[in-house]
Design a protein around this ligand. Structure first.
Ligand code: HEC
Length: 162
């Protein structure tokens, strides 16, 4: 059933066996080249996907991205802590003039955001509940570090309160 292209052609036109094997070589080489290209493209896509899903997920760099953190703050924290971080009555406290924010390490603050705080907590300042992640269960470790980086740009600590 396989048509043989060379059959019926004159000897002068039919490619030599050597030419045939080099054509086969081209085909094998081409197929392997294609595989390599497909592999590289797949790798690039995987890297792009990773970069888009875990921005700033770079373990050696503890500091988050404050610009991204601001966007996350607006989405997850602003309703209770307000646009400036000064807090909203009966919603959330002042995180600008907060020694708690100032004195905790980045990781401690990220862990705090993950946990939230109950009114029974000895550190409670308002006897109100802060839900874990401010209620945004989608926040990742990298997201929380980005938010912490943004909080650092807002926070001035209690001592400087005017
Ligand atoms: C549903 C309202 C609400 C949301 C949303 C919320 N918080 Fe809170 N947050 C609170 C309340 C209430 C407190 C104070 C709890 C207490 O001590 O009584 C608090 C306390 C805090 C504190 C401690 C301040 C201090 O000086 O003790 C930090 C830091 C904080 N929140 C950060 C955040 C961040 C970051 C987000 C967004 C991921 C967020 N909060 C989202 C309600 C909220």
């Amino acid at each position: 059933m396989n048509p043989q292209p060379q059959q019926g052609s004159s000897p002068a036109e039919s490619p030599s066996p050597k030419a045939n094997s080099s054509v086969a070589g081209w085909i094998v080489g081409g197929a392997m080249g294609l595989l390599v290209i497909v592999g590289v493209v797949a790798l690039l896509i995987a890297m792009m996907f990773k970069a888009s899903t875990e921005v700033a997920g770079n373990p050696p760099a503890p500091r988050g991205d404050a610009v991204r953190g601001k966007t996350l703050y607006i989405q997850s924290c602003i309703s209770c802590h307000g646009p400036t971080g000064a807090g909203m009555p009966m919603q959330g406290g002042d995180i600008v003039h907060s020694d708690f924010v100032m004195k905790k390490t980045d990781q401690e603050l990220a862990d705090f955001i993950k946990r939230g705080r109950t009114p029974e907590d000895p550190e409670s300042t308002m006897q109100l509940l802060m839900p874990p992640n401010g209620g945004n269960f989608k926040l990742t470790d990298a997201d929380r570090l980005d938010i912490v980086a943004y909080l650092r740009t807002l926070n001035v600590g209690k001592q400087t309160k005017k």
